[in-house]
Design a protein around this ligand. Structure first.
Ligand SMILES: NC(=O)c1ccc[n+]([C@@H]2O[C@H](COP(=O)([O-])OP(=O)(O)OC[C@H]3O[C@@H](n4cnc5c(N)ncnc54)[C@H](O)[C@@H]3O)[C@@H](O)[C@H]2O)c1
Length: 397
């Protein structure tokens, strides 16, 4: 199948991700069928699409006549079979429950035309798990959007164990067609690219707080005052919800021993100190709105080097490249677009000098490597050492 063969796209789930993805497809000229399990969920999703398109038109970001044209291309149904009977491409965005997704993929596989590609927007489940539920595993692929999909430009195109090159390429081209910037994740690994690189550094910092080595305010003050990071690390966790970050860390703990969630995160979960929404997380929020914590100060900023956590991210990015999971360019693009970073981690490594990165990781490993699970994050990756010794960089100079 080629990109030009796609006319009809089915989006399963009209929730936070599904409605945004459906909007992108309809705006780009595709006929879109949205399926959810209750009329109120479908109506809510379609209502949000209309609201969003009206807003874009009122700001002059899309032509006014595109609102009705795009809305006219969207139909809805509660019937799964009906939703996929004429589709060329399915994007599944239903809750993150493997059994639910597998049952859905099995049902879709039985009804959808043989040529149709079945994509999953899962954040963390193995794509191969969904593929196994079908008789067309070569046509099952990961298509991981970031929230909100209308705004975030990144799409990770993930190969399951049996995904064909043709399927991945059509999916990549579709992502381009709907205005996104795709990257390839060539293996079905936990966390894919952006989350795999950028979540472990937060856990590393949480371990330093758990062990009483630094306070959250010292680490955050350094990030805020020295790097200009507005919410810093723990401030951002409080803003997003500590429970959200906790579940991601728990996921890595399950998938990648000896990875271990920092005890401070477990404690916060137990005490239900989940951040802004509960009035207390790492800091207190009497108004239940985020504010710069009064504990942050220039003095505290001097106690911590905020580049320490970047070293962990660099090490993870190197591992991805060494394992043949993604190109240097794609792993950097994923981090930049997925986490709104000004540069990728391998660009950062090059600019720091790979020998310096190795040296810093060795120092961190010596200081903190005995802490549960941290050695695996801090031991310089062999590829990093090899390149440093050879005086090489990740990007050609
Ligand atoms: N929210 C995010 O930040 C984010 C980012 C990237 C990926 N994802 C992934 O996207 C998927 C959806 O997440 P979400 O945040 O949009 O969830 P959500 O809860 O907002 O929406 C899911 C929708 O799916 C519907 N649904 C449940 N069972 C269904 C079925 N059998 N068929 C059709 N619809 C069904 C629900 O009623 C709900 O409306 C998950 O796999 C999630 O991991 C989420």
């Amino acid at each position: 199948m080629k990109l030009e063969d796609i006319k009809n796209i089915t989006v399963l789930g009209a929730g936070a991700m599904g409605h945004g993805i459906a909007q992108l497809c309809a705006v780009s000229g595709y006929n879109v069928v949205i399926r959810d399990i209750k009329q109120e969920f479908v109506d809510s999703g379609v209502g949000k699409i209309k609201w969003s398109l009206d807003k874009l038109a009122s700001k002059g970001k899309i032509p006014a006549d595109l609102v009705n044209a795009a809305m006219g291309r969207i139909t809805t149904t509660l019937d799964l079979k009906e939703s996929v009977k004429n589709c060329d491409f399915v994007i599944e965005a239903i809750p993150e429950i493997l059994k639910l997704k597998q049952d859905t993929f099995k049902e879709v596989d039985a009804v959808a035309p043989k040529h149709a590609i079945l994509a999953t927007n899962t954040s963390a489940l193995p794509v191969t798990g969904m593929a196994k539920a079908t008789k067309r595993p070569e046509k099952v692929v990961g298509m991981h959007f970031f929230n909100p999909p209308q705004i975030m430009r990144l799409v990770e195109v993930i190969y399951g164990d049996k995904t064909s090159k043709e399927t991945a390429e059509v999916t990549y081209n579709l992502a381009l067609k709907i205005g996104k910037e795709p990257v390839y994740c060539l293996k079905d690994i936990p966390g894919f690219l952006a989350n795999r690189v950028m979540n472990p550094p937060g856990n590393f910092l949480a371990w330093l707080v758990s062990e009483g080595i630094f306070t959250a305010a010292e680490i955050d003050s350094a990030s805020h005052f020295k790097l200009g990071n507005p919410m810093a690390n723990f401030g951002l966790m409080d803003f997003v919800g500590i429970d959200v970050g906790y579940h991601v860390q728990k996921f890595f703990e399950e998938k990648e021993p000896p990875y271990k969630v920092a005890p401070i995160l477990e404690e916060k979960m137990k005490k239900k100190e989940l951040g802004v929404k509960t009035g207390k997380g790492f800091y207190e929020y009497p108004e239940k709105t985020w504010r710069v914590p009064p504990e942050w100060s220039q003095d505290k900023a001097e106690k911590f080097d905020p580049m320490n956590s970047a070293m962990v991210a660099i090490n993870r990015a190197v591992q991805i490249v060494a394992d043949g999971v993604a190109s240097v360019e794609d792993v950097d693009k994923a981090v930049q677009l997925g986490f709104n970073m000004p540069f990728g981690m391998l660009q950062l490594a090059d600019s720091q000098g790979l020998d310096n990165v190795v040296k810093r990781l060795e120092e961190l490993d010596k200081k903190y490597g005995k802490i549960d699970g941290l050695h695996a994050l801090l031991e310089p990756h062999p590829l990093l050492r090899k390149k440093a010794e050879a005086g090489e960089k990740f990007y050609p100079q």
